[in-house]
Ligand binder design. Sequence first.
Ligand code: PMP
Length: 400
Amino acid sequence: KFGEVKLAPPDPILGMSVAFRNDPSPDKVDMGVGAYRTNEAKPLIFQAVREAERRILDDPTINKEYLPIEGLDSFNRLARDLILGSDCPATAEGRVVTLQTLSGTGSLRIGAECCKAFLNPPCAYVSRPTWGNHNTIFEKAGMQVKSYAYWKESTRGLDLEGMLADLAEAPAGSVVILHACAHNPTGVDPSPAQWDQIADFLATKDVTLYFDSAYQGFATGDLDNDAYAIRSFIRRGFQCFVSQSFAKNTGLYGERIGALHIVTANRETSEKVLSQAKIIVRASYSNPPKHGALIVSRILSDPALKESWINELKDVSKRIIDMRHKLVEELTALAVPGDWSHVITQIGMFSFTGLTPAQCENMINKWHCYMLKNGRISMTGINTSNVAYVARAIKDSVEN
Ligand code: PMP
């Protein structure tokens, strides 16, 4: 038994965290995993989260009973309005199905299972490159995964032409996965005008859209702006899947809190879709965990807590932007060869540095600067104490 099982490679992202933890070097810098760190390199618990937890603890009406299969009703409504907007026409028409999920990954997996079961697409299209787990999730849900052009090395920007050309080839019924904002790993998003162009084009195609929103609040620092693509596609009449994660924007990584929204044609279809989605959830984990849903629900329903959360989220995204500028200043001061302006123009948590795999190896092995081998660094690992060191590591890696 089990003799045929082959050893799998460690997960490229989470494996990096393990390597970082085991490295005894006092100089080590964690730019691997996409979790926010303060300027003191510490995890952050938002003040609104602390306060919400205090209130939950003191609330005698709260118990530890199971949630329904689809999750906490108040959370589902508030999460939906946060991402789709409180004036979403599809919501008003009763054609949005919402389920609380195990963060963004759980949402993607249940969404992918629903997509396969309800629509049986010939293939799923992900951006090239994308967050590695997209490939695995859609494959495990039984779909053939293909990719569309996204990153243009020559401009270190969006390859819109290549993207549309690849999607033009998508067989009828394909599902197209789009990063709602703060694209991982490139940090490059379409502008609103480019989103409109993508929407004009996709309107001519028989495809299903699947938005992955893991960074609302991290792209422009404004929750509504960061939902532009999703909201404008829905206003145009697109039906779609939306996977929403609260991991990054509330710092509730380990609470596994997220949602899946499915925008269908009408109320009657939505009822059927919800009933089938519930069977998939029931067979996966029965019902979602409660604590994170209670926290988010408290924050989003209390104006003062919501304001505190939004302000702290703005500080978080501002620190990342500051570090982008600081890093480029240091690189410029050291006269590191190449144009590094993309580090500033890229959006969200990551920078796709353009470092080659060999240069990345040097960053990790010689300098203890942990990052992905595709050149992605998490900007949140950089702070005022280590930014000069990181710049020196980049200089050495680029020059040798
Ligand atoms: N989608 C993308 C693009 C991501 O970067 C992430 C987090 N790394 C997720 C989804 C899901 O993360 P989580 O399951 O922690 O919400």
